[in-house]
Write a protein that binds this ligand. Sequence first.
Ligand code: PLP
Length: 425
Amino acid sequence: MSLLCTTFVSTQIIMAPSKFATVESAPPIEVFALNKAYVEDTFPQKVNLGVGAYRTDEGKPWVLPVVRHMEQKLAADETLNKEYLPVLGYEPLASAATCMLLGSDSVSLKEGRATGIQCLSGTGALRVGAEFLARIGNHSVVYSSNPTWGNHSLVFLNAGFTSYRSYRYWDAAKKALDFDGLMEDLRNAPENSVIILHACAHNPTGVDPTQDQWKQIADLIEERRLFPFFDSAYQGFASGDLDRDAWAVRYFDSRGFEMVCAQSFAKNFGLYNERVGNLTFVAKDRSVIEPVRSQITLLVRANYSNPPNHGARIVGTVLNDPVLIEQWKSHIKTMADRIISMRHGLRERLEKLETPGTWNHITDQIGMFSFTGLGPLAVDKLIADHHIYLLKGGRINMCGLNSGNIDYVAKCIHEVVTTTQEASL
Ligand SMILES: Cc1ncc(COP(=O)(O)O)c(C=O)c1O
C-alpha cells in the first residue's frame, strides 16, 4: 500500500459532530505571532526586534564555530550510537553545567549537596523543577516578577501550582527596578512560596538587582521562609563573563540556601532548537540528593522518558574540554560585545536626534533585551507604519539591530515618539 495520503471524499457517511466542537481557540503566543507577521511582511527594510535569538551584524543566525566543529567530530565518530540516554540525561553535561553555574569553589558541590539533571532546555528545566516542587515538595504558590518572561505562568500552572502571583519589578516612571515594591511584595508572600528569580539579564527589562540588593533579597527570602527558583537563561551571554553572570546564584549558594535553578544553553551556545538544559538542585543535606533524583526520575519517565543526546553531547564535551571551552568563551564574548555596541549605538543616535525622553536606560540595561519604555501607540506605529516588529510591552531584542538598520530604527523611534507624544511606559 502506498504511504502517500490520497484525498477521500465520502458522500455516504453522515458524520457526527466532533466531540471537540466546543473547543475554543487558545490565544496566540505573542512572540511567535509577531515573527509570523514579520516573515509575511514584504517591505524591504523590515526589522525584526521581536524574536529572542542572536543575529550577526549581517542579520543572520549564528552557528558558533565550536558547535560546527563538534558536530563534524560527532558525525565522524563511528563509536557513537543512537541508544537511549539515561532518564536524567548525559552525566558529563549535567555535572559540567552545574559546576559552570555554581562555580568550582562551591561548597555545596564539594559536599555533594548539589546535583544536575539534563532537561529540555530552560523551559524543560523550569517545568521539571516546578513539577517536582508542586507534586513532591507540596508547594502551591509561585511568584514571578512583573513583568517577566511570557512563559513562566504557563509552565508553573501546568506543572501543578495553583496560585501564580507577581511581585513588582519595573518602575515605569524611573525606567528602573522597583526595588521597594519588590521587597514589599516578597515580604507579604506566604511562607513556602516559590520565588522565580532571573539569574541575570532579566527578561524583558534587562534590569538586574545590584549585588547589595541581591543580598537584601536573600535576607528576606530566608527570613520569610520562601523558596528561591532561579531561571538562568543567559549565563555568559549577558556580560560576556560566565562568573559575573552567575554572581546572584553563587551568592545564594554560598549562604547555604536550598534552591533550584533552570539553565538554558539556547542562547549562550546558540543551540535554540537542540533543547539543551540543566536543572541544578541544591540541598542543605547530601542525604536528600538520592531520593530527590529518584523522584525526578519518575517525573521525567512519565513525561518524555529521557532527553535527546545531540546537543547535550556538544555542550557536555565543550564544557569538559580545556581548549574548546576557551573557544566557546570567546564566542560568548563576541555575542555579548555586539549587543553592548548596539546599545551604545542606539542610545547615541536617539540622543543626537534629541528624541524626547531619556535614553540612558538603553545602555544601563544588560543582556539581549531592552525595555525601551515605548508605549502602545508608539509600538503600534513602529509596526504598522515602519515595519519594525517589537513586543507590545516595548521590549526589543538588541540583536535585531545591526549596522545596516540601526539608523533606520533610531529615525523611526524618533518619529513615533515625537508624533505620539505618549508618556513612556
Ligand atoms: C527568562 C527565560 N527563561 C527561560 C527561557 C527558556 O528558553 P529555552 O527553553 O529556549 O531554553 C527563556 C528564553 O527566552 C527566557 O528568556
